[in-house]
Design a binder for this molecule. Structure first.
Ligand code: MLT
Length: 413
């Protein structure tokens, strides 16, 4: 009989979002008339921007013609997209990233897990708590952790709690770590990191020869000019960081699939016998072996997000969701809840009322208000007592959800 990867058996319950979907489906089956509003998973609701749709249509037409048809593209992404990314997201903002340091992919979630292929198994790994569950689960799958304890925390991982008590600022570890996962604007708390905070992380990483996996999938939602949108805005970050970016949330590509990872050529790791080795060429080797690139029409669509028209239309989408975030924040505060995030990020992070548990609040909202959110404890032990609501929805649903929550809290108080 073939042997399985035993590490999978250490994983706690299901992946968070399928688990929520299971509970919601059971509720809907039992209550077929309930008009459930889903504010759980951060999935976009608005259609693709017209400039993107046009570029994708044109690309499909090219594929329909023998003269312009394309087969396999470059695994790392077409130059037209890599150059548009390098120019618009980095160089025009004074950030030193070149097109050949960009690897186009089908998603940041996939990249964050796949990156572990090129790192050894003895690294000490630090994550925030609460955390985007993929960072943890992929390390469990790769055998980088011990089993989970009664709080769901895995052995060998270094957890850095972020709660209202510490203003959602993780303490820099007082021990050595090799890999650090940071996500800003943060999923799930919707909070951001200041330039000073990121500078401390870069300094720590330099001192410890550590590498930061910087997930900036939500950078497009930052409106405060003082908040960094890229780790590479911080001097020295090119020597210590990998950045993950996505078209999913900003350009509405959750179903279209396009993202990219930036690996500076100056970033080094070390072999088991202590030799320096650049990470860029290792990732290139991995990418070319296991991935055949994102489809041509999708890359054309992503590139159109950088045209003048595309930029304006994508900004409209971002503003649309951020208006929902503002309404949520204000509406929940008016209902007497303590609310965090939602200013430079499309998530609001709410303290549950009267100290009830995250899953109890989940059940209460679902049963009384027919609203689905995400229990904070699903993101980690330090998320207990919090709840996440996503601004990715229609305006009408957002307004209805706020009214229902206000009503249900007024009744129960
Ligand atoms: C979330 O809700 O946290 C995200 O949609 C998950 C993801 O982007 O994979």
């Amino acid at each position: 009989m073939a042997q399985i990867n035993d590490h999978y058996l250490k994983l706690q319950a299901g992946y968070l979002f399928p688990e929520i979907a299971r509970r919601v489906n059971a509720f809907c089956e039992a209550n077929p008339d309930a008009a459930v509003i889903k504010m759980g998973i951060g999935d976009v609701t608005q259609p693709l921007a017209p400039a993107i749709v046009k570029a994708m249509h044109e690309a499909v037409d090219e594929m329909a013609n023998a003269e312009t048809f394309r087969g396999y593209g470059p695994e790392q992404g077409y130059p037209f997209l890599r150059e548009a990314i390098a120019k618009n997201d980095f160089q025009d903002r004074g950030i030193d990233v070149s097109a050949d340091e960009i690897f186009v992919s089908d998603g940041s979630k996939c990249d964050s897990g796949n990156l572990l292929d090129i790192f050894g198994s003895d690294n000490v790994i630090a994550v925030l708590d609460p955390v985007y569950p993929v960072y943890v689960d992929t390390n469990v799958m790769a055998g980088h952790t011990g089993p989970a304890d009664e709080n769901g925390r895995y052995g060998k991982l270094v957890y850095m709690p972020v709660t209202a008590e510490t203003n959602f600022e993780p303490a820099i570890p007082d021990q050595h770590v090799d890999l650090i996962y940071l996500c800003y604007p943060n999923n799930p708390t919707g909070t951001v990191a200041s330039r000073e905070t990121l500078t401390k992380w870069v300094e720590y990483a330099k001192e410890h020869d550590a590498i930061i996996f910087y997930d900036a999938a939500y950078e497009g939602f930052v409106s405060d000019p003082d908040v960094p949108r890229s780790i590479f805005e911080i001097p020295g970050a090119r020597d210590v960081a990998i950045e993950l970016r996505s078209f999913s949330k900003t350009a509405g590509f959750t179903g279209t699939r396009c993202a990219f990872t930036v690996i500076p050529k100056t970033l080094m790791g070390k072999t088991s016998d202590g030799q320096e080795k650049d990470i860029h060429s290792l990732w290139n080797r991995r990418h070319c072996t296991k991935f055949n690139g994102v489809s041509y029409p999708v890359q054309r669509g992503a590139a159109a997000a950088y045209s003048d028209e595309g930029k304006a239309q994508v900004q409209e989408l971002v503003s649309f969701y951020m208006n929902n975030a503002r309404l949520l924040r204000e509406g929940l505060e008016a209902a007497g809840l303590e609310v965090f995030g939602g200013v430079n990020a499309p998530y609001v992070w709410v303290k549950t009322p009267d100290g009830i548990s995250s899953w109890d609040f989940f059940d209460q909202l679902l049963e009384k208000s027919h609203i689905v959110g995400t229990p904070g404890s699903g993101f980690g032990a330090a998320g207990e007592g919090y709840f996440r609501l996503s601004a990715f929805n229609s305006l009408e649903n957002t307004q209805t959800a706020i009214e229902r929550i206000q009503k249900s809290l007024a009744v129960s108080s």
